[in-house]
Ligand binder design. Sequence first.
Ligand SMILES: NC(=O)c1ccc[n+]([C@@H]2O[C@H](COP(=O)([O-])OP(=O)(O)OC[C@H]3O[C@@H](n4cnc5c(N)ncnc54)[C@H](OP(=O)(O)O)[C@@H]3O)[C@@H](O)[C@H]2O)c1
Length: 364
Amino acid sequence: MGTFSRDERIMRRVLGLASKGQGRVSPNPLVGCMIFKDGIKIGEGFHQNFGGPHAEVNAIGSVVNPSDLKGAELYVNLEPCCHFGKTPPCTDLIIQSGIRRVIICNEDPFEKVAGNGIRQLKEAGIEVSLHIRKEEGLDLNRPFFYSQTRKMPFVTVKIAQTADGRVSTGTGASKWITNEQSRADVHRLRSLTDGILTGSGTVKADNPRLTIRTGSSEKQPYRLILDTRLSIPAHSWVLTDEFAEKTLVFHSDDLSGPCGSKSRFIPVPVKGNHLDLEQVLKTCFKLGIHQILAEAGPGLTSNLIREALVNRLVIYQAGNFLGDGPAAFNRHQILSSVSEGNPLKLESVDRFGNDIRLTYLVKE
Ligand SMILES: NC(=O)c1ccc[n+]([C@@H]2O[C@H](COP(=O)([O-])OP(=O)(O)OC[C@H]3O[C@@H](n4cnc5c(N)ncnc54)[C@H](OP(=O)(O)O)[C@@H]3O)[C@@H](O)[C@H]2O)c1
């Protein structure tokens, strides 16, 4: 068992504090901040809402006696910003406060910051320590780092399957393969994303709502429906319920979306028989949808994997059999072979009653 330095121990607490923003800050990163003076914590804060004050502002604001900031140490898991965005630059505030040392976990890949925040602090004579618990910081904000550097959304694919690997019955019914605990966890996953993606096949078969119905999440993610030929019924829940404005229907660019719908219809190019998935995802990124949960059938799930557009796979497996239903993936569409080794890294195994959840990261 390794021993950790004081900086590492404090940074672990900072990362825990940052994670309190889960489900509320995306597409912004999760950020926590603690301030210490003479070894005693005098302030802390985290980024609580998208567009709201940054963690450093909340932490500095929480210090009872502002004169204590002179000579203090500030721990933050992401490089402080140095630009005017939705809020003023944090570097200015830190420099003005008289803080003498800043301890950072990860650099911010966002172009307007990307090392400039650190440079400004150093130029102001502040001591900067970088990469404290770097890997844990990268893990915590994995979707943020991925989407900022690739300009593509981070895609998690969710699959609910039986012990014999089926995702629906032979007649297409998939309600409910997994138990209540697993389904509640899917709602938690939904609450952490910006958009829930599915194909026209699932909308026609299940007429899902794709809303968050458990927990206390304040936000409803976008519903992203891939419907090349505009074939889903007009009375589908995703087009008619109270969140209909949060439904984006992607369709072939040789068709026009219907008039008078509350939902938004977005034309994209077709590749082969279906929509060009890369174009769909790039469009999502531009719309600020940086984290996507795909809850689709074998058709879309297979194509996302085949086109290497998946970052994480979450499989809920129930202790039952369905025998003749389809598998999660269309057998002939997956290209990898045994000789290519394992493209997935097992991140965690969790138990939900008689179900298990397997979480895999797709190796880059
Ligand atoms: N157990 C689970 O986790 C789970 C989750 C969801 C669904 N399901 C089950 O899956 C079954 C439906 O399977 P499915 O494969 O038809 O559903 P799907 O994957 O949700 O939808 C597939 C359809 O999406 C459209 N699409 C548009 N662009 C696409 C692209 N680039 N790649 C792939 N598809 C694209 C295609 O139709 P167009 O091109 O004509 O639009 C395609 O037929 C249902 O029985 C449902 O209950 C199970």
